[in-house]
Design a protein around this ligand. Structure first.
Ligand code: NAD
Ligand code: ZN
Length: 342
């Protein structure tokens, strides 16, 4: 039987192992993909560190990873419309197709979703089995590194494109990879001013590179003061990309009456928020979960084809053998998006 290397969570607890495992066998509705580039998501880091969420969710042995570019090398018997040799990535949420949400075009909030690299074996491997319905073909002449970040870029597209950004004053709290993608999207959409905040110098520098007009170190400056000073009345849109309670509070303070908010950042514990601000400013809050399947993907394809440049977000590349170094760097926060190459 054919073997491959894979980064696997072998037992419950912190860490990962670089193992030799069998190349997966595909079902009739799947394709086998040879992975060319993988990217590390915060979720992979949580599973690596083995936080309480992953301890409750992940059943080892499990190959991690869901962000990738690869080439199709084998097609299941029932697969049509795809060919061996195609350069692809994929939507990593395998939806059930049967629940109320799937049947009403809202598969991104499916009741029985299986996540690649979390609930089924993922793509930190030389090969992966991917449901054909989830495959997203990439342009042949495209940069495989950009292909590998479609999943988090899609999160940013979903959060940002929930609103019309053109001509608007946009606040982005949190400049991790997804917040940084939002800066690029707001710029491309013709936002009037883009305000971004973080507490990490490395990411503050990246936010400047991505073209934010005002980059605020939330530990040293008051975001709301800066936004009100520049706009007179406050910002039109908040994209909350940090999952930090002080960031959310300052972001809400920065808004004008009637403003809109996308909440994408995940808070590790209960949030006390000032609902008076929401009520008396008449704000509208939108929860953002994953990517709309596949509306978001078509929007992302269009944005990239129109010249969206997110390459400065990708800061480091490691081989699979260097996974511990890559995870340590991710834990330090002194990086943008980190790639792993099999
Ligand atoms: P990340 O952890 O790399 O980025 C978060 C950033 O927020 C960091 O740069 C951090 O320094 C910054 N931050 C912390 N405190 C802050 C403060 N007080 N003010 C301003 N910034 C502050 O994460 P990411 O990969 O870019 O993802 C962004 C968030 O979205 C995370 O919370 C992640 O869990 C969440 N997420 C949600 C979904 C979804 O479907 N809703 C999907 C993917 C990720
Ligand atoms: Zn479903």
């Amino acid at each position: 039987m054919a073997m491959m290397k894979a980064l696997q969570k072998k037992v419950k607890g912190p860490g990962l192992e670089l193992c030799q495992v069998e190349v997966p066998k595909i079902r009739a509705d799947q394709v086998l993909v040879k992975i060319e580039m993988a990217a590390i998501c915060g979720t992979d880091l949580h599973i690596y560190n083995w936080n309480s969420w992953s301890a409750n969710r992940v059943q080892p042995p499990r190959i991690l990873g869901h962000e990738f570019t690869g080439r199709i090398v084998q097609l299941g018997a029932d697969v049509t419309g795809l060919q061996a040799g195609m350069l692809v990535t994929a939507e990593g949420h395998f939806t059930c197709g049967r629940c109320y949400y799937c049947r009403t075009g809202q598969g991104h909030i499916c009741d029985d979703v299986k996540i690649l690299g979390v609930d089924v074996d993922g793509i930190f491997a030389e090969y992966a089995a991917i449901d054909a319905k989830n495959v997203w073909p990439l342009p042949e002449d495209g940069d495989p590194a950009i292909g590998a970040v479609h999943d988090p870029l899609g999160n940013a597209v979903h959060a940002a494109y929930t609103h019309c950004l053109t001509g608007q004053n946009v606040v982005i709290t949190g400049c991790g990879p997804i917040g940084l993608f939002c800066i690029a999207l707001a710029r491309q959409a013709g936002a009037r001013r883009v305000f971004a905040s973080d507490v990490n110098d490395y990411r503050i520098n990246l936010a400047k590179k991505l073209g934010a007009d005002y980059v605020v170190n939330a530990q040293e400056e008051d975001l709301a003061d800066i936004v009100h000073g520049a706009t007179g009345i406050g910002a039109d849109i908040l994209l909350e990309m940090s999952g930090s309670r002080p960031a959310l509070a300052s972001g809400l303070d920065a808004l004008r009456k009637g403003a809109v908010v996308s909440l994408l950042g995940i808070f590790s514990d209960q949030v006390d928020m000032n609902l008076d601000a929401v009520i008396f400013k008449q704000l509208t809050l939108y929860g953002i979960n994953g990517r709309r399947i596949f509306d978001t993907w078509f929007q992302m394809e269009a944005a990239l084809a129109a010249g969206l440049d997110v390459s400065p977000v990708i800061t480091h590349r490691f081989s699979f053998e260097q996974y511990e170094e890559a995870m340590a760097l991710m834990n330090s926060g002194r990086c943008g998006k980190v790639l792993l190459i099999p």
